[in-house]
Design a binder for this molecule. Structure first.
Ligand code: NAP
Length: 273
């Protein structure tokens, strides 16, 4: 019987590419999205589709129950759905912070809790959490997004050792910038902020810069990330974390620099701007 993967956030970018990659390996793919019309192209190549907003606990349970009923197994969960709430910490209202965590952290947590009883019972399963370099290095203007991804990393590090006795593996994938709609959507995320007027340099950095978006010269493609997610999902003895791309490799090394040195680098950048 074909192996089964459940993927969140398949309407675009990394999720869509990941659904295609697993399908090409002849897995049974449950490609989920908030609006199933957005994953019709994946249905056309043989994926099963389902409506799934990761903030909706009833939908999460319903999709997992459906897969178990139809396939009798969930071999892999890819927690991909997410977005970037950018903005200086002071300017982010608490309800906006809550929403960021609801999608980027509580969403994966809901799915993990729903699939684990089945994986533990079968003594087999893999959970791939799509984090980011922002889950390891926190930068000005990205505190809220970084906090959500740091939390996802912390959750996964604990989980990895908790589920190891049941032959279930929990793995992190950490891309740098990727050529997706992510950065455009991030621009929209400035809208709900309470602009104090104190951090205009930071806003300018994000509004003018091409470093952070999908246009970044260091960005990788969604297919490159999907290949790494596929490897993280398939390989018999997975690594705890998989950085994706040269920028991610470099940035993850930068976190070993003393905090004061990192602060000096940000200060220099600020003055340059
Ligand atoms: P994307 O093209 O914007 O895709 C994000 C996906 O998440 C969309 O399918 C979106 O669905 C979905 N989503 C958002 N809120 C959701 C919710 N409440 N319930 C279910 N789905 C929801 O961006 P992407 O780059 O592929 O991002 C995928 C993951 O990669 C995210 O976790 C992101 O943090 C991470 N990542 C991205 C980058 C990057 O530079 N692009 C770098 C590192 C990590 P809708 O279409 O319905 O909104």
């Amino acid at each position: 019987m074909a192996k089964t993967v459940l993927i969140t956030g398949c309407s675009s970018g990394i999720g869509r590419a990941t659904a295609r990659a697993f399908r090409e390996e002849e897995w049974t793919v449950y490609a989920t999205a908030r609006d199933t019309a957005d994953v019709q192209d994946l249905a056309d190549i043989g994926c099963e589709t389902a409506a799934l907003d990761v903030t909706d606990a009833t939908q999460v349970e319903g999709v997992v129950d459906r897969i178990v009923e139809e396939q009798g197994r969930i071999d892999c969960l890819v927690n991909n759905a997410g977005y970037g709430q950018f903005g200086p910490v002071e300017d982010v209202p608490t309800d906006v912070l809550h929403r960021q965590f609801d999608v980027n952290l509580y969403g994966p947590h809901r799915l993990i809790r729903a699939v684990l009883p089945h994986m533990r019972e079968r003594e087999s399963g893999r959970i791939v959490n799509v984090s980011s370099v922002a889950g390891r290095v926190s930068t000005p203007g990205m505190g809220v997004y970084c906090a959500s991804k740091f939390s996802l990393e912390a959750l996964t590090d604990a989980l990895r050792n908790e589920v190891e006795p049941y032959d279930v593996e929990a793995v992190l994938v950490e891309p740098g910038p990727v050529e997706t709609a992510f950065a455009d959507r991030t621009d929209d995320q400035f809208a709900p902020l309470d602009r104090s007027g104190a951090y205009e340099t930071i806003y300018r950095l994000y509004e003018d810069s091409t470093v952070f978006g999908g246009q970044s010269p260091v960005a990788v493609t969604p297919d490159q990330v999907a290949e790494v997610i596929l490897e993280a999902g398939l390989t018999p003895d997975p690594e705890p974390r998989y950085p994706v791309g040269a920028f991610a490799d470099l940035t993850l090394k930068a976190r070993y620099l003393p905090d004061r040195l990192q602060d000096t680098a940000y200060g220099l950048l600020n003055r340059l701007l």
